[in-house]
Design a binder for this molecule. Structure first.
Ligand code: SF4
Length: 56
């Protein structure tokens, strides 16, 4: 399951830019998972997150 740790997320929105089918910015200014699609861009987002807040 794809997850964003909101305690770690700094709201840079990079994961949304990389993979907007899976991530979106939540009202609190942090990223959230909107769909559990197994797309290659999820791995890219995990690797690109500056604070390693995304896991699957
Ligand atoms: S890339 Fe990481 S820190 Fe940036 S919004 Fe996404 S989960 Fe948060």
């Amino acid at each position: 399951m794809i997850k964003v740790d909101k305690n770690k997320c700094i709201g840079c929105s990079l994961c949304v830019s990389i993979c907007e089918e899976v991530f979106e910015m939540d009202k609190d200014g942090k990223s959230k998972v909107k769909s559990q699609k197994d797309l290659p861009c999820v791995k890219q987002a995990i690797d690109s997150c500056p604070v390693e807040a995304i896991s699957e």
